[in-house]
Structure formats: structure tokens, C-alpha cells
Ligand binder design. Sequence first.
Ligand code: NOJ
Length: 546
Amino acid sequence: MQPRQSSTAGSRRWWQGAVGYEIYIRSFADGNGDGVGDLLGLRSRLAYLADLGVDLIWITPFYPSPMADHGYDVADYRDVDPRYGTLADFERLLAEAHELGLRVLVDLVPNHTSSGHSWFRSARRSRDDPYRDFYIWREPAAEGGPPNNWVSHFGGPAWTYDEATGEFWLHLFLPEQPDLNWANPAVAAAFDDILAFWLDRGVDGFRIDVAHALVKDPQLRDNPLRSAAPSNTSAREIWSAHEHRYDLDQPGVLEIYQRWRELAAPYDALLLGEVYLFDPWKVARYVAGQQGLHAALCVTTTRTGWDASLIRSTLREGVAAGNGYLAWPLSSHDDPRAPTRFGGGERGSHRALAYLTLLAGLPGIPFLYQGDELALENGEVPRERALDPVELRNVAGRGRDGSRTPIPWEPGAGLGFTTGEPWLPFGERRGEDTVAVQDQDPRSYLNRTRALLATRHSSTDLSGEKAVEWLASTGPIVAYRRGNVLVAANCGPDRDLLHLPQGDWEKVFVSQDAAQLRDRRLELAEDTAAVLYARVVPEAHGKVGR
Ligand code: NOJ
């Protein structure tokens, strides 16, 4: 297989026009039969990814970890957990990925370490320990409770009391994930070295975990309450009842990325932030002016329901705010898979591919999560087999296990994922969910996704910088045009029509065989999307509408 060419023309960076793919390593492919995905398994599937048409893969954390949050609790930033392989395995993986034309982002977790990290173990020893100030410690409040009202994303207060030293430590996630103190220059210096460690090994960049939270209010002021949190409610609702004025999105955070941008520049590496803020204009601050991050994941796309006006406004706002610097995930390991979110069953899967079609034409980086190309729904994980700390710690609500079940590669025991016992149940997977079966069917989700990504790559209007011109501003069809390409999806309950701008349009991609093009009218069945090319460049755009 020939590696795809990366873009080097002019000032264009290699990630502009690229398509991303998230690998949740525990569940992708198991190479050693212990039931947990690993680097060896991933290496064996790289050719599949190159063939799918993705350009860059983000691998979730594979560093040594006690796995309190499945690797997002890092105990050593410069090594590989033995369950996932070795550093040498990673180097081989990187070399093979590069041969196939795939870029590799590793997941950097700078907001917190594991409580098992040597820095934290040292910091806990005494108030005078040289690593004490790597973390955020405070005396109890006057009545003996936590120093402020901040809550953890995963339930309960964001503070845990350390008996031995008589202070609380801050953790925006689990107590086993103590937050680093980015006001301490020694923390910044330690991370400079960590970035250099991976860049020197040849990684193409970083996905930066919780990129909006590294800096905290220096006075650690209480967050205002938006509403009284109902009792007996889920951690997510309690968290949402607070206005995160002082724990997230603080002014100084961009200085960290300015510094990293300089570090990354000689390596031509990408800084892709997980900026988990729902206002795209706030996210935009992180990628503005070519000073901070190069790109940020737009988290709202993974939470949008099947509703034309919501989808339209989410994408329109994101495009306007992100100015070409957003990545557009369809699903992720933190959210329900798109087909499940969109109602499940065949209908949910059709909708997910239609939605992916909309994402695939946007400026920025469309992002698939492993299994999106198969239109996988969430796997069913019985409560007694739950492993996600979010579920284990909260009585109300299910956790994230359902979107993390292993990938079904082929029919049969272990589904080609493992020869052992999978660490999480697969859920109900049928033969037609597997890669092997879908590969043989030209109309499968897998082959349609391949065709969609090929469409993006073959069009310089889609993979380039052409501006987005939104069509139909109301109604069930969400549509836009970029140069000579038009992308439309029917997100309503019935068949509907889009009147096309002037031009000689032809269909180049349909998400299912339910799109008809006649007399400058595109008729789309519900849950269906299409990409059209104009064969002749029209002089001026005609009036467009429903
Ligand atoms: C975001 C990650 O995607 C999620 O899986 C993790 O639990 C939190 N950050 C904490 O690191």
C-alpha cells in the first residue's frame, strides 16, 4: 500500500484536511491473548486503518498506571504499561504507522497524575517534601471540611483529606487523580521534558486531556451555584448545577500552550486539545491567533441529538467560532456511541452515517471513534460487570463502559479481538457488526465510510480551506456548500427536498440508497445524506432554499 502524501504545500500544515481516528487501546485489538487490547494488537490493524482512509490516529493512554481511570491516571509519563507492551513495541508501531502514511498522536494527561506517581507518593510524605508543591494542597475550612465547594467530575467533593499531613489535595476527577499545580514552574519544566521525550521518539503530536482545566483560580474561590442540585442525582447533574467559574477555563492556561507550541514547532507536531467546554466561542480562544493549541476537539458534536435545528446550529456555530481549527468527533470513549444517541437500531446507524457525512465535509478534522465505521451501537454491559469508575461511584446513571466494549473484528469466539476473555463483555454483537463481514458487503457501513472518506480526500474543496456556505437555514435538511461540493443530510422524520444552487450536480456519495437527484432538486429520504459535486462551475450561486 502506498502511503498517502501529507500536505506540505505553502503554509498548509499536515493536519489540515486530515481525518482522525480515536483508538481506545484497551478495546481495539489484543495481541497477547490476555483480553486487553495492546500495542501489538494495534500494530496488526494499522493497515486496516490506512485502508479505511484515516490520516491520524490518537491512542488513549498506554503509560504505566494503576488503571483507576483506565490509564487516565498516569504513574509514569515516559514508559509503557506492561499490559500494553513495551517502549520498543511503541517505537515499532510508530515506524510502521509512518510507513503506511498514518500520523500518531499520543494522549498527554497534564491536569493530573495518578496517586501512584512517584511525585505524588513523595508529596504525601510531608508538607516540606520537595514535590509537595507539584500538587494543590490546602488546610481544611474553618469547620474542618473541604477548602471550597468544588466538585469532582466523577462525583463527590473535589478534595480528599490526607490524615498524615493534615491537608486536603485537589482532584477534579478521582481522588486517585490528584491535580498538578501548574502555578509551580517546576511542573511546567517537567512537562517540557515529557513532551520532548515523545517528540524525540517521532510522535506527530498530542491529544491533550482536559486541556481547559490546568490552571485554577489562585484564590480557589467557591464556584457559584446555577441551581440547587437535586438530591440523589448523578455526578453529572451535580457537576452541571455549578457554574465552573473558578476551576475551569482560567485566563493563564493559554500561556502553557504558547510554550508547548514553540516546543512542538521544530517537530511539526500537532497539539490537539480536549477543551471540554460547550460554548464553541470559549473553545475558540484556545486555537485563536495561531498562538495556543493547533486544534481543539469540539465536544458538542458528540452530544447533539437527532434534531435538524440543533445539528445545524451546533455545526454552524462550531464552524464560525473554530475557523477551521476544530476537530469533529462522531463519538468518543466518554459518550454514548452515535447510533445509540440517535435512537439505536438500523435507524440510529443510518442517522450516524448521515451525521458523519455532515462532519466529513467540514473544515478542520473529522474524527471517528473506533467502531464508528461499523456503525456500532453501545455494547450492553450488565451492571455487575461495570468497570468504569463513573458508574462504580455513582448509584444514579450508567457509566461509559457501553461505548468502550471491544471491537468485533470477525465472527466466532473472541470476535477476533482476543483469544482470551475480553476485559469487558462485547455486548450483543452480530456477524454483520464485524469488520470481516462488512468488508465483503459493498453496501456495508464500513464500505460506505471508506467511500465517504475517499470522497473527502479526493476533493480539494472539502479537504482544503474553502469557506462553508450554509444552505437551507430552516427545515429538516441540514446542508452546506464548499466550493463545488454540496453536503446535505435529512435530519427530519420524512422524505424532503433541497433545491440546489445553479450548476450541473452529480451525486458522488450517498449514505444509503435513498437519495435522488432531478432537475436541480435533491430528494433525500429521512436519515439520509449525500455529497454532490458540481460538474460545471456556475457563474454565480443561484438562490437556494427549500
Ligand atoms: C477525559 C478523558 O477522555 C476521560 O476518559 C477521562 O476520564 C478524563 N479526561 C480524566 O482524565
